[in-house]
Design a protein around this ligand. Structure first.
Ligand code: C5P
Length: 307
């Protein structure tokens, strides 16, 4: 029985510049993505029909998942099967360790991993170019989940280009119990920033900090245009960011459209110290399920098991 496991990383946005909505409703973005070491694993097995089973890491027990027919893995399979004119067949298992609805592109990671895994299982030999085009149809940050590393994202986020990155960056990530809806955060951005520019600027200072491997310069340059609207919807996230910075993080920042908050630290030991401080005390004071430590940049969707 043939089986493949493909692993895909979570993404964070070191910079997220958002412009005024386009005619198609999407927002023009200039973003700097980084793939970090939290992963979902997608395993596909030969089968006569189609099934998707999802398991979440213990700390996410009880989280709400979309029904299988809406699952982005099924959409990825439909798209790949239609592209090649082959039947959609397989038994899929998704092991999720990326926070669900957390602003770390867990669904996009699953879609990217499913494309790669099913392409191998079905022997359809999709070109890299076609794989990226299919990924872009599935979601704005699915192409980045294929590419990984550190990359500049433009268009609605789907056009990705690797950028020089000399550092190993250490992050503490704090997910929230309840997810935030990405469209709702973008809508709130439109209300709060009615005069957004058509084309957000390229973050030259941040790109220079990455190329130099300078963590203090990177901390100073981190920026997310969705942070103000997300914090307006969820004021408690502001308090969490302040707590992380008081605990010694170089900078706290919202991840993507949230609600996960990120803290840049100097190195691995520093990240574990900040994580311990955020985890300490009365759980009533920090209503989050867990505190994660991850470094970046890591690679995009890749095969990890083959039988
Ligand atoms: O592309 P994706 O399916 O990930 O986008 C989810 C939602 O996020 C979109 O339906 C849209 O509301 C919002 N979005 C946006 N502009 C982008 C990316 C996403 O408005 N560039």
């Amino acid at each position: 029985m043939s089986e493949r496991t493909v692993r895909a990383p979570a993404k964070i946005n070191l910079h997220l510049g958002v412009g005024a909505p386009r005619e198609d409703g999407f927002h023009p973005l200039v973003t700097v993505y980084q793939a970090v070491g939290l992963h979902d694993d997608v395993t596909v097995r030969e089968a006569d029909d189609w099934s998707v089973e999802v398991a979440v890491a213990d700390w996410m027990a009880g989280v709400e998942l979309p029904p299988v027919e809406d699952n982005i893995v099924t959409r990825a399979a439909d798209l790949l099967a239609a592209h090649h004119g082959v039947p959609r067949r397989g038994a899929v298992h998704v092991a999720k360790a990326i926070p669900v609805a957390g602003g770390m592109a867990g669904g996009s990671a699953d879609a990217a991993a499913a494309l790669v895994a099913l392409d191998r299982l079905w022997g359809t030999g999709t070109t890299d170019e076609d794989l990226l085009a299919l990924a872009a149809e599935l979601g704005s940050d699915v192409p980045f989940a294929l590419v990984g590393g550190t990359a500049l994202g433009t268009g609605r986020g789907e056009l990705v280009e690797r950028v020089p990155d000399a550092g190993t960056w250490w992050w503490v990530a704090v997910p929230a119990h309840a997810g935030l809806s990405t469209p709702a955060v973008y809508r709130h951005f439109d209300v709060m920033v009615p005069d957004a520019s058509a084309q957000p600027p390229v973050p030259d200072t941040l790109l220079a900090a990455l190329a130099a491997g300078d963590v203090d310069a990177l901390a100073a340059a981190l920026h997310n245009d969705l942070q103000a609207p997300a914090l307006d919807l969820r004021p408690e996230l502001g308090a969490l960011i302040a707590r992380g910075e008081e605990a010694g993080a170089l900078r706290g920042l919202l991840s993507g459209s949230g609600p996960t908050c990120l803290f840049l630290c100097r190195d691995g030991d520093h990240a574990r110290e900040v994580a311990a401080a955020l985890d300490a005390g009365d759980p009533g004071d920090h209503p989050h399920p867990t505190v994660l430590v991850a470094n970046g940049a890591v690679s995009g969707a890749h095969l990890v098991e083959y039988a």
